[in-house]
Design a protein around this ligand. Structure first.
Ligand code: SAH
Length: 349
């Protein structure tokens, strides 16, 4: 039975597999080149592999690249990929061009169990975790739709789901993405965003993966954060920021704090001041995300003036603060808008 997803195996694991299937170890490295470097997933096309090895592979293994079911283009140049997994579940990945960068935002779970009040994906609940193969299958699938010379330059784990709640698969995916013999991304080009799961952050700190970490903060008092993010009941601000201070950052690197701006909820000048205090002693930069609306959310985006005033206060206190004008808003692909067949998507499809 074909039960091993080759996309979930590191080059050295592919070598072991090759030996188990009766071939020389180096056949595993050749296989890795086809899969990760060339993006070829059809065993028949792997011309330098012996026929009997290809036949054994076909019996024992498969390449779990998700099907690209639909590509929804946005007016701003980004594209939402609706990907279909082997069991029929659907996830989204969003490709965002920006000057010399091409960033892919990928998913780690079908749905999400953290139920942040402002996040549309959160209304789905958790359906299931993705496997490591399904996580790296997203850049693999998207790459197939691009011209051969186009490279996805950056990866952000900011799609559906909470990376640190699918810890083993996410860490394996990061190893596959950064292994020189697999996808070969520099860890500086990869960012993992977390809801603030302190236990997972502590584990991640020990992996020496050197990827960037982004923490969804979104509030400056426990009362407000608890209302917005139920995870705050388990890991309140003090614990979260202590974990951030302890997190080993490579030299000259900073941790990103995401802060969704919600009108009249967390966008006051007092909030901005409190934020500067909370971040004392953390090598931090702040990414302000004006709320992306969805029907029935009960939240509004603050007026532009208030967004800029919030940013100005942070900057006056020496904190680098950028405003993330989300991409793909018109196609339901912006931060927190990912959910299977949203009403907007149906209109555009
Ligand atoms: N689970 C991870 C990744 C989620 S999405 C995390 O929580 O960090 C990436 C960012 O988008 C998070 O900071 C999330 O809080 C934010 N977000 C969610 N819904 C949003 C919305 N409607 N508008 C703006 N940002 C949103």
């Amino acid at each position: 039975m074909a039960d091993v997803d080759l996309l979930s195996l590191l080059p050295e694991e592919l070598e072991t597999l090759a030996r188990r299937l009766g071939a020389d170890g180096y056949r595993g490295r050749q296989l890795a080149t086809w899969l990760f470097k060339k993006g070829v997933y059809d065993f028949e096309a792997m011309s330098n592999l012996p026929k009997d090895f290809r036949a054994r592979l076909a019996e024992e293994a498969f390449v779990g690249v998700p099907d690209v079911e639909r590509v929804v283009p946005s007016r701003d140049g980004s594209q939402k990929f609706v990907l279909r997994l082997a069991d029929g579940a659907r996830i989204h990945a969003v490709l965002m061009p920006d000057r010399d960068r091409l960033t892919l935002c990928l998913s780690v779970q079908v749905g999400c169990g953290f139920a942040c009040a402002f996040c549309f994906t959160g209304t789905m609940g958790l359906i299931r975790n993705l496997t490591a193969g399904e996580i790296v299958g997203q850049p693999a699938a998207v790459r197939q739709t691009l011209p051969p010379e186009t490279r996805i330059t950056h990866l952000v784990f900011m799609g559906m789901g909470e990376p640190l709640a699918n810890y083993e698969a996410v860490v394996k995916a990061l190893r596959l993405l950064t292994h020189p013999g697999a996808f070969g991304y520099s860890p500086r080009r990869i960012t993992v965003s977390t809801v603030g799961l302190v236990s997972g952050m502590q584990k991640l700190a020990k992996e020496s993966l050197k990827v960037n970490l982004a923490v969804s903060l979104h509030a400056t008092t426990d009362a407000v954060r608890e209302r917005l993010m139920p995870v705050n009941k388990s890991w309140p601000l003090e614990d979260l920021l202590a974990a951030c201070r302890r997190f080993p950052l490579p030299v000259r690197r900073r941790m990103t704090f995401e802060y969704v701006l919600l009108d009249d909820v967390n966008d006051s000048p007092e909030d901005a001041i409190r934020l500067t205090r909370l971040l004392k002693g953390v090598r931090a930069k702040v990414n302000l995300i004006p709320f992306n609306a969805w029907e029935g959310s009960g939240f509004r985006r603050p007026p532009l003036q208030r967004i800029l005033a919030f940013q100005a206060i942070l900057q006056e206190h020496g904190i680098t603060a950028t405003v993330r004008w989300s991409k793909g808003e018109d196609i339901g692909a912006a931060c927190g808008q990912l959910k299977e067949s949203s009403s907007k998507e149906r209109v555009l499809a």
